[in-house]
Design a protein around this ligand. Structure first.
Ligand SMILES: NC(=O)C1=CN([C@@H]2O[C@H](COP(=O)(O)OP(=O)(O)OC[C@H]3O[C@@H](n4cnc5c(N)ncnc54)[C@H](O)[C@@H]3O)[C@@H](O)[C@H]2O)C=CC1
Ligand SMILES: CC(=O)C(=O)O
Ligand SMILES: [Mg+2]
Length: 625
């Protein structure tokens, strides 16, 4: 049986479509038509209730027959619009703010665009995701970094309709029943934060829910997760942000953060509640302060289907970029263990990258204990107090493996606490990576010092978010270091015109390239847990995605416009790893044995056909029995 028919027969593609209708729906991806003629969706509401339900609302695109069927006649303007006309009308409104909009907090336009998109999200999810998916490069910076940071900072003022769930310290003992207040019977993907470290903006308390919403927008747009099955969650254990504690308009618990066992008890209860109601859900931990990020990951990763995006997703994206940098030097990827890497920032992201980079090097060197030890010597870790060595009192246990021995650093003319500039001057690194959340940290002095790099193509990755926290801009990097460098920032920047028609490429090195595929691959394979091997497969897939020609031109990550395609590839790579590691429990009708039978191409087709498309379904009313 051809694979498509096989999937259709097993209802793996969409709610029980006829084959012809499914094919039509697939073809309509670009044109945003309705799926009239395909198997309808049964709804238990009608009239004004349908118009107020963003999951089913089509607004002016309800056909006359549907208006009759759902008691909508007279409740909408009489002119029936095509879905495309709807989008055209919406885009006129959105584009009013197009005039030279710049990212970042000084850009009032980005917030205005977010408001317009958010209002659409609230009234018509299908259309919202159609707009987002078709214009992802343009609007990812609005629903995600950098604008989402501004949104979180101003959340109390922007809050209109609630989205997602809030589990607070005041809900202890109630979560197991509260979780049933969520209207969806099925939830595939949860992104949860406790708001303690939102991007590089610090503790934003309950307002951090904006980041969970933004990440899930990318799950829908990039990974095709059904928006009815995503759930943003805020665990509100208080905030240590004094400004918010004093703010009478603050929406969260006005108390200091719980800590220690009290904190853990809240997060444990939340995990138990969501996995009880939805045993197959995947939980992505997002923007937890480093202090808890590692502990929670270790606590849950062998029991629940969860991962920490900042620790694990970021690491994979950074490794893919670093392997690209090696290729750009004209060397094989196996030369990665020769790279000297200076990392500024010893938090969840910096340490996450270092752990993965070290393991990757060790694997390339034969995966022995001595390979692991020798890989350690390639890294130099600098935090707010300078270079980290074994002389540091009260060293953070997560940073400990990367502290340099004093005897080693003395040989380089360095010492405990040496400044970033001194470290760069003496080490002459191939790579300078910033995960410090300190805007401008890669000052002129630091960049001048990097001129001594022993690499033919030094890599500069100011990965901190949002834009104002980037350690340097591409203009600064290219103007000081010249056209040969490789540049990747966490938030998007424009390319730089270098003169003579040459372009300095600004890559966006952001975990958005990986987390949607990691989540989708985990979902479609029904992996029991999320293993290191799955994360590695995802990173290798991203690294291999780039062609030599692009890499040589300084393009080390794909354009955001192809994120849906990359996500499919990453998800397929993850599924194959899940099967190889015997972690698969299957997904719906695709059981473990069938997953094992799929070859590479069939796995990719399975992923593609399982993704949700923003297309209006036909709605039919039935009263609830
Ligand atoms: N591009 C991406 O995909 C990602 C970017 N990030 C960004 O990374 C940044 C850090 O995140 P976390 O590690 O979770 O934060 P964190 O707050 O746990 O860690 C920040 C680290 O930077 C260090 N630091 C502060 N001032 C410094 C200075 N002057 N010089 C050197 N180091 C300094 C601190 O000592 C700390 O070790 C944030 O801005 C976040 O947005 C995080 C995850 C993914
Ligand atoms: C991108 C991301 O996850 C962060 O900046 O925290
Ligand atoms: Mg994050």
């Amino acid at each position: 049986m051809p694979f498509l028919s096989y999937l259709l027969a097993r209802r793996l593609i969409r709610p029980a479509p006829a084959a012809a209708a499914a094919a039509a729906a697939a073809a309509s991806w670009r044109s945003f038509t309705t799926t009239e003629g395909s198997r309808p969706i049964i709804v238990h509401k009608r009239s004004i209730d349908i118009l107020h339900d963003p999951w089913f609302n089509k607004g002016t695109a309800f056909s006359m027959t549907e208006r009759d069927r759902l008691d909508l006649r007279g409740l909408l303007p009489p002119n029936v619009m095509t879905p495309q006309q709807q989008i055209d009308r919406f885009m006129v409104d959105l584009k009013r703010f197009q005039v030279n909009a710049r990212d970042g907090p000084s850009d009032t336009n980005s917030l205005a665009k977010w408001r317009i998109l958010n209002r659409l999200h609230d009234r018509n999810e299908t259309m919202y995701y159609k707009v987002l998916t078709d214009h992802i490069e343009e609007y990812a910076p609005i629903v995600y970094t950098p604008t989402v940071g501004l949104v979180c900072q101003n959340y109390s003022g922007l809050f209109r309709r609630p989205r997602g769930m809030y589990f607070s310290a005041a809900d202890r003992g109630e979560m197991m029943s509260m979780v049933y207040n969520w209207p969806a019977e099925q939830v595939d993907m949860i992104v949860v934060t406790d708001g303690s470290r939102i991007l590089g903006l610090g503790d934003l308390g309950v307002q951090g829910i904006g980041i969970a919403i933004g990440k899930l927008d990318l799950y829908v747009a990039a990974a095709g997760i059904n928006p009815q099955r995503v759930l943003p969650v805020m665990i509100d254990v208080g905030t240590n942000n004094e400004k918010l504690l004093q703010d009478p308009l603050y929406l969260g618990l006005q108390q200091h953060r719980l800590d220690g066992e009290d904190y853990l008890a809240v997060v444990d209860e939340f995990m138990e509640a969501v996995f009880t109601r939805w045993p197959h859900v995947i939980v992505q931990f997002e923007d937890f302060q480093s202090k808890w990020a590692f502990k929670l990951l270790q606590r849950y990763r062998n029991t629940y289907r969860m991962f920490n995006d900042d620790v694990q997703g970021t690491a994979g994206v950074a490794i893919a970029g670093l392997l690209g940098a090696v290729r750009a030097q004209g060397s094989p990827m196996t030369d990665f263990p020769k790279q000297k890497i200076v990392v500024a920032g010893a938090g969840s992201a910096g340490i996450g990258v270092l752990n993965t980079a070290r393991k990757t090097m060790a694997r390339m060197l034969g995966n022995t204990e001595s390979a692991f030890e020798s890989a350690r010597k390639q890294f130099w870790l600098v935090d707010a107090k300078g270079l980290i060595t074994d002389e540091r009192p009260d060293i953070d246990p997560d940073a400990l493996p990367f502290s340099r021995k004093s005897i080693e650093v003395e040989r380089h003319g360095l010492k405990e606490g040496s400044s970033l500039t001194e470290v760069v001057k003496k080490v002459k690194p191939d790579v300078l990576l910033g995960l410090s959340a300190v805007g401008g940290l890669f000052s002129r002095e630091v960049l001048e010092a990097l001129k001594e790099s022993t690499s033919t193509r030094p890599a500069i990755f100011p990965m901190s978010n949002p834009t104002k926290n980037a350690e340097c801009t591409p203009e600064e990097a290219f103007s000081i270091l010249g056209e040969q460098i490789l540049f990747a920032s966490g938030s998007p920047f424009n390319n730089v015109q270098l003169g003579n028609g040459k372009i300095g490429h600004s890559n966006q090195g952001n975990n958005m390239y990986l987390f949607p595929g990691i989540g989708l691959g985990t979902l479609l394979s029904g992996a029991r847990v999320i293993s290191d091997g799955m994360l590695q497969a995802a990173a290798e897939c991203l690294a291999a995605y780039m062609k030599d020609e692009d890499i040589h031109n300084g393009i080390i990550y794909p354009p955001i416009s192809s994120i849906r395609d990359i996500t499919q590839e990453v998800a397929a790579a993850v599924i194959r790893e899940v099967v190889a590691e015997d972690l698969a429990e299957g997904h719906r009708d695709m059981d473990t044995r069938e997953l094992q039978r799929l070859d590479k191409e069939e796995t990719l087709q399975y992923v593609k056909k399982s993704m949700w498309d923003p297309v209006y379904p036909t709605l039919v009313y039935r009263s609830e029995v």
